[in-house]
Ligand binder design. Sequence first.
Ligand SMILES: NC(=O)c1ccc[n+]([C@@H]2O[C@H](COP(=O)([O-])OP(=O)(O)OC[C@H]3O[C@@H](n4cnc5c(N)ncnc54)[C@H](OP(=O)(O)O)[C@@H]3O)[C@@H](O)[C@H]2O)c1
Length: 270
Amino acid sequence: MDLGLKGRTALVTAASRGFGLATARLLAQEGCKVALCARGEQELAAAAAEVGAAGEEVWGGCGGRVRYRAVDVRDGAALADFAAEVERELGPIDLLLVNAGGPPAGGFDDLSPADWEAGYRLTVESAVGLCRLALPGMMARGFGRIVAVTSVAVLQPVDNLLLSNVLRPAVQGLVKSLSDHAAPRGVTVNAVAPGFHATSAVERLITAKIAATGCSREEVIAGWTGSIPAGRLGEAEELAALIVFLMSARAGYITGQCVVADGGWVRGAF
Ligand SMILES: NC(=O)c1ccc[n+]([C@@H]2O[C@H](COP(=O)([O-])OP(=O)(O)OC[C@H]3O[C@@H](n4cnc5c(N)ncnc54)[C@H](OP(=O)(O)O)[C@@H]3O)[C@@H](O)[C@H]2O)c1
């Protein structure tokens, strides 16, 4: 199936590893020009080289088709500056992956007012800021795809991830509201809600759980997979494939959705 993505320009945030990197790599394989950001420059540079190599088969050389810059998504001015460079060097942003590191773990008694504010800035404010940068141009040009990475926490609270349980639904509210606004202009806005996937984010949860419970790594993972009908963690590439489909020309009639990829973990029927 031709996804109709060749030549599109994509901005993928939080892209030096995990879901962001897997998505950037797949977009490059589909012939997109890809811009990546994350905070750590060295890891990001390696990721950008990998993404460029992934696009080589389509383009016969990656020169000029990948851009990267160390940017913290909480820094609105730096993001705006990078987005302007991307539009100058690669072309108008057609595809946007709204992604960031997850807010820290913790329950109600663990979180200070400063934690709540920082969580809001990381998860909600950065998503609003990214949409403000990309959506007007997409609507003016009559095509665009925005996909936000949220979490199954949108549908079912996850133990000890209170910030995520509270703040991710706000991003879903943004997605649904913007989708109404954007649909008449050929722009779709969706969210993907991953369950437990084998990325460094989950590695950090495993380490924290080992420290808190004294359980072994295998016991911690088995504690999760026991409640996942698929019986395993997901792979970043599996979520990336879903994201890239939602960004494709083929997915033009899908908007305002929260698409869950969790191996069956969420217990609700809808
Ligand atoms: N993996 C899962 O099972 C799972 C499930 C549900 C939801 N999620 C959520 O999905 C998102 C991505 O998760 P992942 O598993 O791909 O995580 P990951 O493997 O830890 O990768 C996170 C990426 O985000 C970047 N990043 C972190 N904070 C950033 C910031 N402030 N500004 C710019 N870049 C930043 C990291 O690079 P730097 O550190 O260098 O900035 C890295 O490239 C997170 O919000 C996570 O909570 C993950």
